[in-house]
Design a binder for this molecule. Structure first.
Ligand code: ADP
Ligand code: MG
Length: 611
C-alpha cells in the first residue's frame, strides 16, 4: 500500500486550511495531484464555471485499486510519511486533505488505472461516503469527476461569483500551472469551448505564446542565473512591454506559485530607470532553492513562502533580470542624456540653393546630396552650457487646417499649381518616418505610421457603421497556421471575421485559409493581423461585441498602415499629408499619440537668431 493515514501528531503539524473555497481550488488540487502523479497531459473540462461539472483527466501513474477508497480519507497521502519529510517537500500536495474535502461537498467519481494493469477501478462518493466501488474499464491514468459542488452546503454556494468569473479563476490558475510546468500539456475546456492549450514541450516560451499570444511572447527574454544553491530561470519582458499592473508577473518557488514581496521587489528594482512609475514588467520567474531553506507552510492557501536567506534570494532574482535586460538593450539617446552628449550645433557655411517642392525634384535623396557640405562651427561657451534641447519647444499638435494667406503663398517655394497640391508643400521625409510639410507659418512633422493608421481606422469604422466593409478577394488565399486555441476560436467565430471583411475557412489541422481581406494588406502581414485579432478578442473579457469589432479594426489599421522607417514616394506623402491636414481626421492616432506636430516659423527663426 502506498497510501497511509498520517499519525495525528504529524497531521496537526500541518496547519489545516480551507481546501475547497471555490471551483478553482478544486481544479487546482486535482491538477496538482495529476502533476504529482507524473502526468504529461492533463485535460480539465468544466461546465457552469465548475459548479455543476468538473472533470480532470491525466495520464499519470494511476492509483492502485486497494488505495483508491483510502485516497478519500482525511490525511491520506502517499507523499509524506515522516515529520522530517516536511523539510524537503518536492510534491505539490502533501496534506492528504484535498480528495477528502472535495468529496465531502460534492458528488465525486474516480476512475483510475495503473499502467500495466488489466482493468481499471472506479469509486463513487456522495457527501464523502463511498456509494459504489469496483473494477471498471478506463484508460491508463486517472480521471476525477466532480458534480454539483457545494450541493450539500448551500451557505458556501452563496459566496460564489458568476459562472464566467469562476471559469476565469480556473483559467488563471491553469495559466500559472502551465508556466510552472512547461513539461506538461494542459488543456482547459469550458462549456465545450477550448480556453487554453499548451504544448507541454518543455519550452516556457511556447507556453507563454499559447497564453499571452505572439506579440508578448516575442518580447520576452530568457533568464538563467545561478548563485550558490539558488538558481533562477524563466522569462522577462523587454522594458517596453510594461503593463499597468502586476497581473503579468508570475513567481514560482520550487515549482509552486507564490506571491512574494522579496521577489517582486527584486524584479522591479532590476527595471529601475527603464520604466516610468505605475508600470510593471512582465515576468515569469522560477526560483529554485534548497527545500530546507524555504517554508511553504506559512499560509494555508500556500501562496506565501518564507525564505531563510532572503537577501540572497533578492540578489539572485535581481541579477537574473538585470543581466537579461542589459544584454538585450540597444543603446539609445534619451532626452535626459542630451545634455551630457550635447555637441554644438552645426551651421551651413553658405546659404543653400533655393529648394523647391519635391514634386519638381523627384528624388529627394539625390537632392540632399547636392547640398553644400556642412561645417562644424562651435558657438560661444555660454550657448554650450544652455543646450537648446533643454529649452521648452513651442510645439503643438495641429488642431485645425491652417489656411494659406496670399502673402504666405509667395513664400512657399513651389512651382506646382496650388490647387493640385493643396495649400501646403511636402518638403520631404526625415528618418524614413516623418513627413515634413510647410504650411502657412508652420513646419509640420507628420508621423507617417500614426497618420496612416488613423486614416485607415476611421475609414474602416465608417464602413463598419454603414455595414459595408467589402471583402477584397485575394488572388491566392493565404494559408495560416494557428495554435489550437486560436484555430478553435477562428472556426467558431467565422461570422465575426466576416463582419471585419476577412473570409476565412478551416483548412486542415489548425490551418485556416484567408480568402479575402478588408483593405489592401501585404500578404505577409495577414497572419499577424489574424492572430492578433484572435488573441485580443480571447483576452478581452468585455462581452460587448462592438468593442471587440472596434479593437479588431484597430489591429487591421495598425498592422495595415505603412510602417515607420520606410521611405515613401512623393505621391504617398502627398496623399497622407492632404488627408491629415484637411482636418477630416482626428489629430491623434488610435493609440492616443499625436499624428502631427507643428513648429512655428518664429520659433525656427529664434533658433537661428534671426529675431
Ligand atoms: P495529497 O495530494 O496531499 O497527498 P490528496 O487528497 O490530494 O492528498 O490525494 C490523496 C492521495 O491520492 C495522493 O497522495 C495520491 O497518492 C493519490 N492521488 C490523488 N490524485 C491522484 C492522481 N491524479 N493520480 C495518482 N494518484 C493520485
Ligand atoms: Mg493533493
Amino acid at each position: 500500500m502506498l497510501i497511509k493515514v498520517l499519525d495525528i501528531g504529524l497531521a496537526n503539524m500541518i496547519a489545516a486550511g480551507e481546501v475547497v473555497e471555490r471551483p478553482a481550488s478544486v481544479v487546482k488540487e486535482l491538477v496538482e495531484n495529476a502533476i504529482d502523479a507524473g502526468a504529461t497531459s492533463i485535460t480539465v473540462e468544466i461546465k457552469a464555471g465548475g459548479v455543476s461539472f468538473i472533470k480532470v483527466m491525466d495520464n499519470g501513474s494511476g492509483i492502485h485499486p486497494d488505495d483508491a477508497p483510502t485516497a478519500f480519507l482525511r490525511h491520506a497521502t502517499s507523499k509524506i510519511s515522516d515529520p522530517s519529510d516536511l523539510d524537503h517537500i518536492m510534491t505539490l500536495g502533501f496534506r492528504g486533505e484535498a480528495l477528502a474535502s472535495i468529496a465531502a461537498v460534492s458528488k465525486v467519481e474516480l476512475l483510475t488505472k495503473m499502467p500495466g494493469m488489466q482493468v481499471g477501478y472506479k469509486v463513487a462518493l456522495e457527501a464523502g461516503n463511498v456509494v459504489w466501488s469496483g473494477e471498471w474499464g478506463c484508460p491508463e491514468g486517472t480521471a476525477i469527476f466532480v458534480r454539483d459542488l457545494f450541493y450539500n452546503t448551500p451557505a458556501r454556494m452563496k459566496f460564489l461569483k458568476k459562472d464566467y468569473t469562476e471559469a476565469g479563476y480556473i483559467e488563471e490558475m491553469l495559466r500559472r500551472l502551465s508556466f510552472a510546468h512547461a513539461e506538461v500539456s494542459f488543456r482547459l475546456i469550458s462549456d465545450q469551448k477550448e480556453k487554453l492549450f499548451t504544448a507541454g514541450d518543455f519550452e516556457l516560451k511556447n507556453t507563454a505564446y499559447s497564453i499571452y499570444g505572439r506579440e508578448v511572447a516575442s518580447a520576452l527574454l530568457g533568464i538563467d542565473y545561478k548563485e550558490g544553491n539558488i538558481s533562477v530561470s524563466g522569462l522577462v519582458g523587454i522594458p517596453s512591454l510594461a503593463r499597468k499592473n502586476r497581473s503579468m508577473q508570475t513567481c514560482f518557488v520550487n515549482g509552486r506559485y507564490v506571491v512574494n514581496r522579496t521577489m517582486t521587489a527584486a524584479i522591479e528594482e532590476a527595471y529601475k530607470g527603464e520604466m516610468t512609475t505605475g508600470h510593471y514588467p512582465v515576468a515569469i520567474i522560477k526560483l529554485s532553492v534548497d527545500p530546507t531553506t524555504v517554508d511553504v507552510n506559512v499560509h494555508p492557501a500556500k501562496l506565501e513562502v518564507k525564505f531563510a536567506f532572503e537577501q540572497e534570494v533578492y540578489k539572485a532574482v535581481y541579477w537574473a533580470c538585470k543581466n537579461a535586460i542589459k544584454a538585450a538593450s540597444i543603446p539609445t539617446l534619451r532626452s535626459d542624456t542630451a545634455e551630457r552628449i550635447y555637441t554644438p550645433p552645426v551651421i551651413l557655411s553658405q546659404a543653400p540653393p533655393q529648394r523647391q517642392g519635391i514634386y519638381e525634384n523627384k528624388n529627394l535623396l539625390k537632392e540632399e546630396t547636392q547640398l553644400p557640405p556642412l561645417t562644424s562651427h562651435p558657438i560661444s561657451g555660454e550657448e554650450v552650457q544652455k543646450p537648446m534641447e533643454s529649452r521648452p519647444l513651442p510645439m503643438q499638435p495641429v488642431q485645425k487646417p491652417l489656411r494659406n494667406t496670399l502673402e504666405d503663398q509667395q513664400v512657399i517655394r513651389t512651382t506646382l499649381p496650388v490647387e493640385e497640391i493643396g495649400d501646403f508643400v511636402v518638403s520631404g521625409q526625415v528618418f524614413g518616418t516623418y513627413i515634413i510639410v510647410e504650411q502657412d507659418n508652420h513646419m509640420i512633422l507628420i508621423d507617417q505610421h500614426a497618420a496612416h493608421e488613423r486614416i485607415l481606422f476611421e475609414q474602416l469604422m465608417q464602413m463598419h457603421e454603414n455595414k459595408e466593409i467589402y471583402p477584397q478577394p485575394l488572388l491566392v488565399p493565404s494559408v495560416i497556421a494557428l495554435s489550437p486555441v486560436e484555430f478553435a476560436f477562428a472556426r467558431e467565430n467565422k461570422e465575426f471575421f466576416d463582419q471585419l471583411g476577412f473570409e476565412i475557412d478551416a483548412f486542415g489541422n489548425n490551418d485556416i485559409a484567408v480568402r479575402s481581406v478588408p483593405i489592401a494588406i501585404e500578404p505577409q502581414r495577414i497572419k499577424d493581423i489574424i492572430q492578433e485579432i484572435i488573441n485580443n478578442v480571447m483576452k478581452n473579457t468585455q462581452k460587448n461585441w462592438s468593442v471587440k469589432v472596434e479593437a479588431a479594426l484597430h489591429t487591421v489599421a495598425c498592422r495595415g498602415a505603412v510602417k515607420g522607417n520606410k521611405p515613401l514616394g512623393p505621391v504617398q506623402m502627398q496623399n497622407l499629408a492632404k488627408k491629415i491636414l484637411s482636418g477630416e481626421w482626428k489629430m491623434v492616432c488610435p493609440h492616443g499619440r499625436p499624428v502631427s506636430v507643428a513648429l512655428e516659423k518664429s520659433f525656427i527663426e529664434k533658433l537661428f537668431k534671426r529675431t
